[in-house]
Design a protein around this ligand. Structure first.
Ligand SMILES: Nc1ncnc2c1ncn2[C@@H]1O[C@H](COP(=O)(O)OP(=O)(O)O)[C@@H](O)[C@H]1O
Ligand SMILES: [Mg+2]
Length: 259
């Protein structure tokens, strides 16, 4: 019996990225992500995790390699100093939330949410506002619709940032240490929102140092170091009984867990 063919959601092949001749960050990175997967990327600081997500989001050029999305070409480059080709339609189907809040300070919460849908997609303001309010109440932020970012806690700002990304109906969400800058008591409310999205089968790629969160959200964990994938597998295996020495060391140091 033949299985129906379903292409990977994302296929990164042999990605190379440097910042000038001195700093080589990605050194032949290969990652494949199936539809519906939630991939947690862990690895040492400065190892290129943010760079990887920024490349995926089309915010950084690559030196060489290629990325396909849903089986179609998304990003490719023919070498250092050559053009990086990006499919902007695919790029718009990817949402990203960063460590530091990136809300527009002069716009209230609803205005932050409807800006891109109205500008990019030409959605009518009334429709976008209705969707924004529904999304905000889903995330427990219904009362904050007219608040300005400065009037929100860090956890609320991050939840608004997630809602804003969702306004464009992304097919993939990228989260780069979204709770790292938060006071400890605000971490859970943001992680709960992401877990809620996971329950609705939103594909995501997440960079986090939070062990509890990684274990609960990941369908797969990838340990990246030295610009390549060192270990890749189910969370129980990579976090619980890593095969590679480098993964073991990292997990002991960062998560304070003795194997
Ligand atoms: N815009 C940039 N210009 C020059 N070097 C950069 C830039 N962004 C990141 N780097 C360097 O690239 C390396 C990887 O950084 P980054 O992707 O932020 O790693 P991580 O997120 O894993 O901590 C680091 O050495 C960092 O200093
Ligand atoms: Mg980073």
């Amino acid at each position: 019996m033949t299985m129906p063919f379903s292409p990977p959601l994302v296929r990164m092949q042999n990605l190379h990225k440097s910042y000038g001749p001195e700093i080589q960050v990605l050194k032949g990175l290969d990652i494949e992500m199936k539809p519906g997967e939630r991939v947690v990327v862990i690895g040492p600081s400065g190892g290129g995790k943010s760079t990887l997500l920024r490349v995926m989001m089309g915010l950084e050029k690559i030196d060489s390699g290629s990325i396909t999305f849903g089986g179609k070409p998304y990003i490719s480059s023919e070498g250092v100093g050559r053009k990086t080709v990006i499919d902007t339609e695919v790029r718009r189907s990817i949402g990203m939330v960063f460590q530091h809040y990136t809300l527009f300070p002069h716009l209230n919460v609803v205005q932050n949410l409807i800006l891109a849908p109205c500008k990019v997609r030409g959605e009518r303001k009334a429709e976008a506002t209705e969707r924004a309010i529904a999304l905000l109440s889903r995330f427990g932020l219904g009362a904050k619709a007219k608040a300005f970012p400065a009037q929100l806690s860090g956890g609320q700002k991050q939840r608004v940032a997630i809602a804003r990304a969702l306004m464009l109906d992304p097919k993939l969400m990228l989260f780069d240490e979204v709770t790292s800058a938060l006071d400890p008591e605000l971490v859970a409310e943001v992680e709960q929102v992401i877990l809620q999205l996971a329950n609705q089968n939103m594909p995501m790629m997440i960079v986090t140092h939070d062990m509890w969160f990684a274990r609960n959200i990941a369908s797969r964990v990838i340990f990246c170091a030295g610009g390549v994938v060192v270990e890749d597998g189910p969370p129980e295996q990579v976090l619980g009984s890593p095969k590679e020495e480098r993964t073991k060391d990292f997990i002991e140091r960062v998560f304070h867990i003795r194997q």
